[in-house]
Design a protein around this ligand. Structure first.
Ligand SMILES: [Cu+2]
Length: 117
């Protein structure tokens, strides 16, 4: 009987651990301070969510030879960065106000969003 109770307790705590990590991961899917954005025919993902009043880093990797995408601009964060082909470039965002901010290529043709929550 004791053994049975112990294994039930064991199963419950394993379940709890799963729930804890799974729940946490879902939550951090809402906003995270580190993002990798692939630049290939646009921005993938096209929308990133970061927390307000914290530093977040976004690493862009351009895989598209189209010169249209060689520059990324996030005007509200004064970011205007050249993206060499296949070279990860990291920019730091320090938002102080929640909102949705535009990121776009040098010619304002491809668009993405930075959402601050
Ligand atoms: Cu462009």
């Amino acid at each position: 009987m004791d053994k049975l109770l112990i294994s039930i307790a064991g199963l419950l705590s394993i379940g709890g651990i799963y729930w804890f990590f799974f729940g946490k991961r879902e939550e951090s899917g809402q906003s995270q301070t580190t993002w990798n954005v692939t630049v290939d025919g646009g921005y993938i993902p096209a929308s990133i969510t970061i927390p307000n009043n914290r530093k977040s880093s976004v690493t862009f990797t351009r895989k598209d030879a189209n010169s249209c995408l060689e520059e990324v601009i996030i005007a509200d964060f004064k970011i205007k960065t050249f993206l060499p082909l296949n070279t990860p470039i990291t920019v730091t965002l320090s938002p102080t106000k929640p909102g949705t901010y535009d990121m776009h290529c040098g010619m304002n043709m491809f668009h993405g969003k930075v959402i601050v929550i």
